[in-house]
Design a protein around this ligand. Structure first.
Ligand SMILES: Nc1ncnc2c1ncn2[C@@H]1O[C@H](COP(=O)(O)OP(=O)(O)OP(=O)(O)O)[C@@H](O)[C@H]1O
Ligand SMILES: [Mg+2]
Length: 509
């Protein structure tokens, strides 16, 4: 390592209305290393990185690049200083090709002619150098999530980023894609780049980083080298107490079929068959896990059950009521609670307050009506209870939801959907993006609802979660169910093979 760090952030303070997001934070990074920022939802990780990338200005503190105090007033300035950022929400133009996206915004693209062939050539070269193979002529909307991320990384490399910020880059990736990404990142540090990594997945943090800084409530509360750290030592550093990494699950006798899906076929957004005649039953008091690499029809399955997408053929019933192609409100009335995967898009109304969002589905409940009028006191008490129970970090019940951190928005939706005892719960990626303390609580809640006879369909890419919670595991591949296995008997490898399209017979052989 060089003597002078490539980056020093000193005494960074950033205030938002009612929140001290960063409180005198010190952070540094040397060339050739990965330094992880770890912390609970709302701890201030993204804020610190947005300051570094010129998206926010710090109220106090300074940034030194290679020892020189530097003002970074915009992302353009950050790029000029060879800083790149991979955001969780990709910033690509869907209708343009990969090469066009990479060329977009380059100084040369403002001239009359951009040599797209030269850009394509460089993309192919960077791709083979860093294991980021991609077709430069492909149009972005056709790409899978993992491929879009490759384009973002190539874009940063093309702009000669030496310091790369990766804010939860693995949250949307499949396990295989994560392995590939890590190979790429190792290559980059070997070439002398410095990486700042953010993730809630502790095994990833341990596998990738050299050093780890822990943030809590905007302040640096811990620091360690990765050597000698363990998942549980990191967990307690973050949360300040021991954390259970796998839930206790009592035996529950399952009841009758609560959710029955038969012969269901669905056409996707691109006009192709995304669900191909599947049959599934979930019984009362049971968690059926759906394992699978995302993009194999899981999202469409959840949306079709919730009434947000049309079924081409087949049927869906909840406790015997046919809800096929019914309106979302009617499906809810039949007993469904739904935690969507795209929570920013489908789960909340960003301009509404925390309290209003918590009430979105509950507004007919008698509890909150007093002689036909809304009982505001009861509503506020109920909202405050949920916020406390799920540890949603918010300045107040009246804060607009869009100013909460990513993970806290997730917790809010979970609080709303898990607060009742629905007949059927469909939960997509229930702990994606939430910190481990919250994940522990959500798992406890799911197990509790199972004890109260809710039938739970849990869609997850996290095999730890699938194996830890499910009573049965269905594996989905290209719109079909490859098989249903007993998680006490099947291994991860077997399920992994089925996720890749190997038949159950062959996988278990
Ligand atoms: N633009 C904003 N306006 C108001 N408050 C904000 C804004 N951005 C962040 N905050 C607040 O600052 C705090 C830190 O948020 P930040 O997004 O940095 O957290 P984080 O550590 O990245 O969390 P997560 O793991 O959930 O992504 C939170 O309380 C959040 O509500
Ligand atoms: Mg964040």
């Amino acid at each position: 390592m060089a003597d002078v760090p490539m980056l020093e952030m000193k005494g960074i303070t950033k205030r938002f209305p009612g929140v001290l997001a960063n409180d005198k934070v010190d952070f540094d990074l040397f060339a050739g290393e990965v330094h992880t920022l770890l912390g609970e939802n709302g701890a201030g990780k993204s804020t610190l990185m947005k300051i570094l990338y010129g998206l926010y200005q710090a109220d106090e503190g300074e940034i030194l690049l290679n020892g020189t105090p530097t003002l970074i007033t915009s992302p353009t300035a950050a790029i000029e200083h060879n800083i790149g950022m991979i955001h969780q929400h990709f910033m690509l133009v869907e209708t343009l090709t990969v090469a066009e996206n990479v060329a977009l915004g380059l100084p040369s693209s403002r001239g009359a002619l951009t040599d797209l062939d030269a850009v394509s050539e460089k993309i192919v070269q960077l791709g083979s150098q860093y294991g980021l193979e991609i077709d430069p002529e492909a149009t972005v909307w056709q790409l899978a999530v993992g491929q879009k991320q490759r384009v973002e990384i190539i874009k940063a490399l093309y702009r000669e980023a030496q310091l790369l910020i990766l804010d939860e880059p693995t949250a949307v990736l499949t396990p295989q894609e994560v392995d590939q990404l890590f190979d790429t990142l190792h290559q980059m540090t070997a070439d002398g780049r410095g990486l700042i990594f953010i993730s809630h997945k502790l095994h990833e943090v341990l596998a990738l980083s050299d050093r780890i800084t822990v943030l809590r409530q905007g302040r640096v509360t811990g620091y360690t080298t990765t050597e000698g750290a363990t998942r549980s030592s990191l967990a307690s550093m973050m949360v300040g107490r021991e954390v259970k990494l796998a839930p206790d699950k009592p035996d529950v006798e399952t009841g009758s079929a609560a959710l029955e899906i038969s012969g269901l076929s669905v056409i996707g957004d691109r006009g192709n068959v995304v669900i191909d005649g599947i049959d599934l039953t979930v019984n009362e008091g049971e968690i059926l896990g759906i394992a699978g690499v995302s993009g194999n029809g899981q999202r469409e399955l959840a949306e079709t059950i919730a009434g947000l997408r049309q079924a081409e053929s087949g049927s869906i019933t909840i406790a015997g009521t046919d809800v096929t192609n019914q309106r979302p409100v009617d499906v809810r009335a039949a007993g469904l609670a739904y935690v969507p995967e795209g929570r920013m898009k489908d789960g909340i109304i960003g301009l509404f307050t925390v309290a209003e969002n918590l009430l979105l589905i509950d507004h007919n409940s008698k509890e909150f009506l007093d002689a036909g009028l809304l009982n505001f006191e009861a509503i506020r008490t109920h909202s405050q209870d949920l916020v406390d129970e799920f540890a949603v970090k918010t300045p107040s019940l009246d804060t607009p939801v869009r100013s909460l951190s990513g993970g806290n928005i997730q917790k809010l939706i979970l609080a709303r959907e898990l607060s009742g005892t629905p007949t059927v719960l469909v939960a997509s990626q229930p702990t994606r993006g939430v910190d481990i303390g919250a994940a522990e609580y959500i798992h406890k809640r799911l197990v509790q609802q199972r004890s109260e006879d809710t039938a739970i369909l849990m869609i997850s890419e996290d095999l730890d979660e699938v194996f830890g919670l499910s009573d049965r595991v269905a594996v989905m591949y290209e719109g079909e169910i490859m098989g249903i296995v007993d998680p006490k008997k099947a291994t991860r490898e077997q399920v992994g093979l089925m996720m890749a399209g190997v038949s159950q017979e062959q996988a278990l052989a």
